[in-house]
Each structure stands twice: as C-alpha cells, then as structure tokens.
Design a protein around this ligand. Sequence first.
Ligand code: FMN
Length: 150
Amino acid sequence: MPEYFVVRGTVESGDKRGRELGFPTANIALRDQDGSLGDGVWAGWVRRADGTHVPAAISVGRRPTYYGADGYRLLEAHLLDFTGDLYGETLAVWLGTHLRQQEKYASAEDLITALKNDIAAATQWTAGHPAASLPAPGESPLGEVRRVAG
Ligand SMILES: Cc1cc2nc3c(=O)[nH]c(=O)nc-3n(C[C@H](O)[C@H](O)[C@H](O)COP(=O)(O)O)c2cc1C
C-alpha cells in the first residue's frame, strides 16, 4: 500500500535563485515546522488550480547550501518540463517517494549535479506512478502536511 504526504499551498515568491540555477521552483510555506514530515527530497506530483497534474522533484527543508541550519523551512517543487508563472496559484503536492536527504553542497555546481539526478529519478518514478493513481488530497488547511494512503 503506497503512502503519500500531501500538502496544499499557495505559491509564494522565492528569492529567484532557482531561476538563476536553471531550476525554478514553486515555493510553499509549511505550517508544521516541526511535524512528521522530515527534511529531504522527493519525487512526486503537483496538481495545478486548473486540475492538470505535472511531475515534480520536490525539496522540503532549509536550503542548507545557502542558509545553514537556521533557514526558514519550506517546500519547493521544481515542475518537470514546465514553463510558466505559478505565483499566487494554490497547488496540491503529493510526495511519492523519498530520494535523498537535504545536503549542504560546497558549490552551486554540486547542487546542480544533484538536481539533475533528482529530476532523472522523479521522471522515472512518475512514469511508473501516473497521476490517475493518486489518492484524493483532502481539504486540509493550506501548508498543513497530511499522510494519505494510496
Ligand atoms: C529537487 C530539489 C532538491 C534540492 N535539494 C537541495 C539540497 O540538497 N540542499 C540545498 O541546500 N538546497 C536544495 N534545494 C533547494 C535549492 O537550494 C533552491 O531551490 C534554490 O536555492 C532556489 O531557491 P529559490 O526558489 O528561493 O530561488 C533543492 C531544490 C529542489 C527543487
């Protein structure tokens, strides 16, 4: 029985570094700053306001490469093969499979190498777990993490 973490949230503006790195992200604030969902990187799905689903590589954490351990904890989804503006849109995000821990990288180049691997893994995982098989996200408050059985 697969299990998902699901978060709904409205996309906030990030510090635009993702775009500079070549990997823009939709940033969502988390309410459970100390909750059951640990920091890490996942493969999963994003559902847009118009109901379409987009595969994603998703980071939960404090971006230790840039902010040390004291950074603000947030969810960042990099949507695969997607260009467009998501700012202000309310998304549902399914975290499907845990790929790795958050790491503090020595350079932007090292982070980019890791992101490329994450994207390859997320492409593979979403191909085997189509959006039609996702459980309903429920109606939890924005930013709250729920555990949902698949
Ligand atoms: C799939 C994925 C994995 C990530 N992994 C890490 C990581 O291991 N360490 C880290 O410091 N930041 C990680 N990040 C966050 C990036 O540092 C962040 O997206 C970048 O700094 C851009 O931030 P911004 O959206 O606020 O501009 C990851 C982001 C994504 C999308």
